[in-house]
Design a protein around this ligand. Structure first.
Ligand SMILES: [Ca+2]
Ligand SMILES: [Ca+2]
Ligand SMILES: [Ca+2]
Length: 591
């Protein structure tokens, strides 16, 4: 999973860097599908509880990654690629940024994390984590190969609507052995102990003892949750893994990458989400000394999803390190992101202190309930609909199981979830630039109307237009259905036999996003002829085939899903011998 704007451009760029500089490393895990993100639903996002509704706060942000409240209806938002901290005040994105830093932007690099900490003396500290540009220019790593300065944590003071007096607290390498700008982590939290917690991934395949490589170099600060004081010092009581820098900064290690963590408001326990490669997205209970198992174990150790044959005994245990299995795992990738406990009962007592989790591939919002001891996840209670029995193993090992834990959908890929200061409602941030709030359907919103927000009537009209577009797409079109991860039975019918000039419309009937992408996984020409990008659940994708031939296709998220379209000469049309043999109908992108 990840954050990339222009998939093909960046991928070819990365490939070039790879060949020039890093030829000794394998690229076998490079699948550009890992960077595809869910679009917004053509209609409004929805919650699977009729008592609740979704209100749009704004759609005026540019790839927002994290947010933090500085007051009621007053939110600071980080933008990944501009390096700007924007202020959303009463639903209005303020014209001038609160801060504008220079960021490296390739793939998952950028301005990634923010945390706010009011001080006893009345000051407000704001902590920012970002990949700092090497030459003061945003995106120079993508455009002109300028090496970033590092993944850095700064402390600022928030004074009169500006962030001033930057103090560098942490300086981690952003240079990836594999040449890709991935796995920089980024979430920042203030703990119940007032210390600063930041999560960082393995930054493009660094391999040290923090990635459980026994004979590897010592940990270099990557691949874990780091904990420091608000002045940037090691926490005095911290020799969890060891007492020398940078080992004494680690609170947890063995983490491939993460886009979400939060403290349980009832117990003070830290929880995180972690991203598997092709399998094994996780939710973890992160105690001091937690070793999540990467790069030897991802998902449940017993499942051996990484096919290493490793057990917990094979991991590198420094100091008081310990291994624990995830408390929940997905066998199929969803691109898990934000994690937040709802520390209010404003949605109803059944949701108080539930854990909410987002994803980037599907635009889904998940809800989890904890067990009585709050040291595990328990999906047995009667507030879930559907087959909870299939989730008694706390393992979503087939896509339909995802429906049980899905709380809402249509948000576009989710990058952050926070609870409103003052109103106690969950706020959801989407890479698409939108911010939403979830609230009781009958309740009046405290936020004032936004001038540039379409009226309810206009929104309804837009929705009906979308329906009409879909109907038009369907007219005269050959219907097909995306079933799920079922090898050659993933798409039905399969193969599809049509005549040149005919259009196929695929409907995604599964619980998660899939794609219709030409070629096959690992094929260097994958996606060259056509690529739907993420088709979210219950949405359509149409494609007209003008030229005869046999076209293999697959899902970039789940390359075992394969299908074929066989196009025979139509009576009405000649083969036009165009270079492109397929023409995409991108109606759903118009919204
Ligand atoms: Ca900037
Ligand atoms: Ca793990
Ligand atoms: Ca299961």
């Amino acid at each position: 999973m990840g954050f990339m704007r222009k998939k093909r451009f960046s991928l070819s760029f990365i490939a070039l860097v790879f060949i020039m500089v890093f030829g000794m490393y394998s690229s076998s895990q490079t699948s550009y599908g890992a960077y595809s993100k869910a679009p917004l639903s053509p209609n409004t996002p929805t919650i699977n509880d009729d008592k609740l509704t979704v209100e749009k706060i704004t759609d005026g942000l540019d790839f927002p990654t994290s947010m933090a409240f500085v007051g009621p209806n007053d939110i600071l938002v980080t933008e990944k690629n501009t390096g700007k901290v924007m202020r959303v005040l009463n639903g209005q994105v303020q014209a001038q940024p609160v801060l504008d830093v220079a960021v490296a932007t390739l793939i998952e690099r950028g301005l990634l994390g923010i945390a706010v900490s009011p001080q006893p003396d009345g000051k407000t500290y704001v902590f920012l984590y970002y990949t700092e540009s090497g030459n003061g220019v945003d995106g120079s790593d993508e455009v002109s190969l300028v090496e970033p300065l590092g993944n850095r944590l700064y402390r600022y003071e928030y004074v009169d609507g500006q962030l001033i007096n930057p103090l560098l607290l942490l300086d981690l390498t952003a240079t990836p052995p594999n040449g890709r700008g991935e796995h920089n982590g980024g979430k920042v939290l203030i703990g119940p102990d007032k210390n600063v917690y930041v999560v960082v991934g393995e930054v493009g395949a660094h391999r040290t003892q923090a990635q459980n490589i026994e004979d590897g170099p010592p940990p270099n600060g990557l691949g874990g949750v780091l904990r420091i004081t608000q002045d940037g010092q090691p926490v005095p009581s911290n020799p969890i893994f060891g007492d020398e820098l940078p080992l004494n900064l680690y609170y947890a290690m063995g983490i491939r990458n993460s886009f979400g963590m939060d403290f349980d408001p009832l117990t003070g326990n830290l929880w995180d989400t972690e991203n598997g490669p092709a399998a094994g997205d996780e939710i973890n209970l992160v105690g001091p000394g937690f070793n999540s198992g990467f790069a030897l174990i991802q998902g449940y150790a017993g499942d051996d999803l990484s096919a290493t044959g490793a057990s917990a005994d094979d991991l590198v245990m420094l100091g008081d390190g310990y291994y624990d299995d995830p408390k929940f795992a997905w066998t199929f990738p969803i691109g898990v992101t934000a994690l937040k406990f709802l520390n209010s009962d404003k949605l109803g007592s059944e949701y108080a202190n539930n854990m909410f989790v987002g994803d980037i591939n599907n635009g889904l919002l998940y809800r989890f309930t904890l067990n009585g001891e709050r040291d595990g996840i328990s999906i047995k209670n009667d507030t879930y609909a559907g087959n909870t029995q299939a989730l008694a193993d706390n393992n979503a090992n087939d896509t339909p199981e995802n429906r049980v834990i899905t709380f809402g959908q249509g948000f576009g890929g989710i990058t952050d979830i926070q609870v409103g200061l003052g109103d106690g409602y969950p706020y959801v941030l989407s890479h698409t630039g939108s911010m939403f709030k979830i609230l009781p359907a009958a309740s009046e919103s405290a936020a004032p109307q936004i001038e540039n927000q379409p009226s309810a009537a206009a929104a309804a009209a837009a929705a009906s237009t979308n329906v009409a577009q879909n109907d038009t797409q369907m007219t005269g079109s050959i219907p097909a259905v995306i079933i799920g991860i079922r090898d050659a039975a993933s798409y039905a019918p399969n193969p599809i036999e049509i005549s040149a000039g005919q259009t196929i419309t695929w409907f995604n009937g599964d619980a998660i996003s899939h794609t219709v992408t030409s070629g096959a996984g690992g094929d260097p020409e994958e996606g060259d002829l056509f690529d739907s990008d993420a088709i979210i659940p219950d949405q359509y994708y149409s494609l007209t085939f003008d030229n005869p031939g046999s076209y293999g296709y697959y899902c970039i998220y789940h390359p075992t899903m394969v299908g074929e379209v066989n196009v025979v000469s139509g009576t009405a049309e000649e083969d036009t011998a165009e270079e492109d043999t397929a023409e995409e109908d991108t109606a759903e992108e118009d919204t």
